[in-house]
Ligand binder design. Structure first.
Ligand SMILES: [Zn+2]
Length: 136
């Protein structure tokens, strides 16, 4: 048994004890469906909701990261091309790390604000603030 394991274990326990409801945050899972030359995230609105982000913001991120065009249709995101579900899952995690989770305290209770034309991620839980990439 290594020290790292001990650390992981104690961190896991402290997360369980955390009274903050955000401690129970669960990463949303994208429901991906291939449709001919298109790829659809069926529960896109739900995923954006979980992150408390605008659907347009999340969509822009995917457009840039996957270098393809996309549109919103009734809460679903439709991408041009065949995109592997595993890639979408990975990009979703990237989005969460870059635009949702606070790097200071690790909580997802954050919001995006604009300051001097810079987009900032502000944490409700600890007050930390950091500049984020603009997706415009
Ligand atoms: Zn924080």
């Amino acid at each position: 048994m290594t020290d790292d394991y001990e650390k992981l274990l104690s961190r896991g326990l402290s997360m369980i004890k955390d009274p903050n409801p955000a401690g129970r945050f669960e990463m949303p899972t994208a429901e991906v469906e291939a449709h001919g030359q298109k790829t659809i995230i069926r529960n896109f609105a739900h995923v954006a909701d979980k992150f408390r982000r605008e659907q347009q913001h999340l969509l822009k991120f995917f457009q840039k990261e996957l270098a393809t065009s996309a549109s919103l249709e009734n809460g679903q995101a439709v991408f041009l091309g065949n995109i592997k579900p595993s890639l979408i899952t990975r990009k979703l995690a990237d989005y969460a790390n870059e635009f949702v989770f606070c790097k200071q305290c690790g909580q997802p209770d954050t919001k995006i604000t604009t300051e001097d034309k810079n987009e900032m991620l502000v944490c409700w839980a600890c007050g930390a603030k950091r500049q984020i990439r603009s997706l415009k």
